[in-house]
Design a protein around this ligand. Structure first.
Ligand code: NDP
Length: 330
């Protein structure tokens, strides 16, 4: 396993990590969740990602149980959770001080740990002043409930505003962002955050590297039974896969397959390696509904050196979505 610094911080996270969205508590029971985490850990994964909203908290409970069952040393792990959607009450969602503090305590209890290494503001909250959120996150870090805080799906402007408040008020600034990043979703990571990498040393833990499975090629002949698009509650995903854009993505994935074949890897390995190739990515959070998938995905690291400039160019020819670089007047 390769370990990368999380942005400008001194924390090292495994370049491939493992997350619980959709799978834990919906597709995976206690035993399978444990098996998947065990395969990941044996491959060197140290970072496990979660959120209070995943399966309404059950994902954290399952992850906590798996960690205790495996008997892993807490200091060997980098655990995260994300706060925003904690329930239906008027104060159960968003990034108010109240929900951040109460939501974190509840998540720690479900995970069965005293602290998480990373805590994320799962989305921007347009109804809470950024200063209130920054103060609450800073307080959580000062109290040792989390070691670093970050954002998820915040715009560059929102992250910069949080950073500026933190600096002005001598609070703890955000260390990392958790954006979607994959072959079909590139602009934020490759273009919008450029200034943030340089100016504040932002790290990124990126999500849906396989675009929820499209980049495995499994949707080429329709929706296979047992796949994510058939999970109850994720009908919206199925609709997205069957939309014009979804069909275009499926077609592009098909055209990437010969490149994977030539490189002697599978399509999911190629798509994950492509994310790993970007040095701005601190960790690629993988997801899996079966231990065999985890095993296959961990093989992506070996593929990265095979992604020469010529190969990357061939991939660009298929994708046709390279974000324009910022204007350079020098
Ligand atoms: P992916 O895009 O990689 O999708 C993972 C899914 O693809 C698996 O659950 C599985 O679904 C399928 N799959 C994975 N590997 C293989 C394989 N080798 N062969 C065939 N199918 C495969 O990642 P996720 O969307 O799961 O996101 C990863 C993590 O990122 C999440 O667990 C979560 O921690 C985080 N995340 C964060 C978000 C945020 O807002 N911050 C939002 C979403 C995710 P199946 O077998 O069921 O078809």
């Amino acid at each position: 396993m390769e370990y990368r610094f999380l942005g400008r911080s001194g924390l090292k996270v495994s370049a491939l990590s493992f997350g619980a969205w959709v799978t834990f508590g919906s597709q995976l029971d206690e035993d399978l969740a444990y098996e998947c985490m065990k395969v990941a850990r044996e491959a060197g994964v140290n970072f496990f990602d979660n959120a209070e909203v995943y399966a309404h908290g059950r994902a954290e409970t399952l992850m906590g149980k798996a960690i205790r069952r495996a008997g892993w040393k807490r200091s060997d792990l980098v655990l995260s959770t994300k706060i925003f959607w904690g329930g239906d009450g008027p104060n159960d969602r968003g990034l108010s001080r109240k929900h951040l503090l109460e939501g974190t305590d509840a998540a720690l209890e479900r995970l069965g740990v005293r602290y998480v290494d990373l805590i994320f503001a799962h989305r921007p909250d347009l109804h809470t002043p950024i200063e209130e959120t920054v103060r609450a996150m800073s307080y959580l870090v000062d109290r040792g409930k989390a070691f670093y805080w970050g954002t998820s799906e915040w715009s560059a402007e929102q992250i910069m505003a949080a950073y500026a408040v933190a600096r002005r008020e001598h609070l703890v600034p955000p260390t990392m962002e958790q954006p979607q990043y994959n072959m079909f979703h590139r602009r934020r990571v490759e273009r919008d955050y450029a200034l943030l990498y340089r100016e504040i040393g932002l790290g990124t833990t990126i999500w849906s590297p396989l675009a929820s499975g499209i980049l495995t090629g499994k949707y080429e002949r329709g929706i296979p039974p047992g796949s994510r698009a058939t999970v109850p509650g994720y009908e919206w995903l199925r609709e997205r896969f069957e939309s014009a854009e979804g069909r275009e993505h499926v077609a592009k994935a098909r055209r990437l397959r010969p490149i994977a074949d030539e490189l002697g890897c599978t399509l999911p390995q190629l798509a994950l390696a492509w994310c790993l190739k970007n040095p701005r990515v601190s960790s690629v959070i993988t997801g899996a509904s079966r231990p065999e998938q985890v095993r296959e995905n961990m093989g992506a690291l070996e593929v990265v050196p095979r992604l020469t400039e010529a190969v990357m160019e061939r991939i660009e020819e298929v994708l046709q979505n390279r974000p324009e670089p910022p204007e350079d007047f020098r």
